[in-house]
Design a protein around this ligand. Structure first.
Ligand code: ATP
Length: 421
């Protein structure tokens, strides 16, 4: 089967890069293939801009040739014999075709250079183990050694060999992620081996940082709640020290989902929420703070992520939000929190007034900006510089409360502070 017509649907910039790979490969007698998720998504007619290329040659040498042809930079990763050619806004990931060995369950694989067939055979599922030839005479021909095309058509997730989940237990997450993303089902064998791997506690063999990366990916899916349901049913959340989720937990996740949707619809121009953080707050809803600290450290979450996740425990703020308060007071209460945390609080609260206060914070108070800046205070001969932020905040609160509106009001306030200090 030839998929040239599908390649023509890609953005022109990507098509140009694929042609460049093909040309450089031909000139240098290197066999090159487009592989992995992009092949799957070309067949499914879904957008995917990840150009993953496998060459039956030294990928770093080929990256050198390709980047010089394109006149762009490239990065090499010697440990993995891979390279990335940066042709903005796109990048091309290049790897040498390889075979993999797993010294023990959950370890990182040892690799040995090999051919395309072995390279596809080491992959997670049949639907991710297809390639498109970029070689002269067979350009855009689908290479499908493991029945990926038929599985895509049947809607099946299928591992390629029995030990797949034990070799790399992160595939347990990947299996659920793709199953729920595409509304597929597991093949009977995949389902059986998944259960066996869970029974053997396969996840406990994997470095927590790798689990964290997969967890972030699964919670960033379009419908994380579906993934959470399946995770709960088939793997459980023991690895996060979270007990089995119950009906009431799912009702709460529904509220989280609605809150996330509400925010994205209402504020399309705001910074995009890191949805996975909000869903993770949901998973840790009943985890005591000291335990949560431990788990976050073990999984190697970054500082900013830890701060946001831990802040979800400061729920006392909801009591204060449940009483009538001035706009500036609401601003003071909520401004220290990330939007992700505030969305979590919004879902958590069943008090009408608290929710209204949060809505007002997003819709009105958080948008108020001053027209004067710190530098302008210097012209007024105001205070040591360290005080600017404090004075500006006071003026901002007055503006939020509607007590001042214009730039001259703001100047007048600034001068008043000058006099009083
Ligand atoms: P997405 O659409 O979520 O980006 P993807 O299929 O492109 O999914 P990546 O994680 O980018 O997934 O990986 C690219 C390819 O590498 C996969 O399609 C698969 O062939 C292979 N792969 C990735 N992770 C594994 C793994 N843990 N085990 C085996 N093969 C893997």
């Amino acid at each position: 089967m030839n998929l040239k017509h599908r390649l023509f649907k890609l953005p022109l910039g990507m098509q140009k890069l694929i042609r460049a790979v093909s040309l450089c490969a031909g000139k240098n007698k290197v066999k090159a293939y487009l592989v992995g998720g992009i092949v799957r998504d070309l067949i499914l007619k879904k957008a995917n801009f990840d150009l993953d290329i496998v060459v039956e040659a030294d990928a770093i040498e080929f990256a050198k040739i390709l980047s010089s042809y394109l006149g762009v930079d490239f990065r090499r990763h010697y440990n993995f014999k891979t390279a990335t050619v940066l042709s903005l806004p796109y990048k091309i990931d290049l790897a040498s075709a390889r075979r993999e060995f797993y010294p023990y369950s959950g370890s990182l694989p040892r690799i040995e250079l090999s051919n395309l067939r072995d390279d596809l055979g080491r992959r997670d599922f049949s639907i991710n183990a297809m390639a498109l030839s970029l070689n002269k005479g067979s350009f855009a021909k689908l290479i499908d050694y493991f029945g990926g095309f038929s599985d895509l058509n049947k809607g099946v997730i299928r591992i390629l060999h029995e030990d797949s989940f034990l070799e790399d237990p992160t595939r347990l997450f990947r299996a659920i992620r793709f199953k729920e993303r595409f509304n597929f089902k597991f093949s009977p064998k995949t389902s059986r081996f998944l259960k066996q791997a869970v029974k053997k506690k396969a996840l406990s063999f994997v470095n927590e940082h790798r689990l964290r990366d997969e967890l972030v990916l699964i919670l960033s899916e379009k419908e994380p709640l579906k993934c959470i349901r399946t995770l709960n049913k088939s793997i459980g959340f023991d690895f996060l020290a979270v007990s089995e989720l119950e009906k009431s937990d799912f009702l709460f996740f529904q509220r989280l989902r609605s809150a996330v949707l509400w925010f994205s619809r209402k504020f399309p121009s705001q910074r995009k929420l890191e949805k996975w953080i909000i869903y993770l707050m949901g998973l840790f809803k009943n985890t005591p703070l000291p335990k949560l600290r431990q788990v976050l450290a073990k999984f190697g979450f970054r500082r900013g992520e830890r701060i946001r996740l831990l802040s979800s425990k400061r729920i006392r703020v909801l009591d204060k939000l449940s009483a009538k308060a001035s706009p500036s007071k609401i601003h003071k209460l909520l401004d220290p929190f990330s939007f992700e945390t505030i969305i979590f609080f919004y879902a958590l609260s069943s008090c009408k007034l608290a929710r209204k206060n949060i809505e007002d914070f997003f819709c009105k108070h958080s948008k108020v900006r001053l027209k004067i800046k710190g530098g302008m205070l210097a012209h007024l001969g105001l205070l040591p510089q360290a005080m600017y932020a404090k004075v500006l905040k006071k003026i901002l609160y007055k503006k939020i409360d509607g007590k001042i509106t214009s730039k001259s009001d703001e100047f007048r306030e600034a001068k008043r502070h000058l006099r009083s200090n």
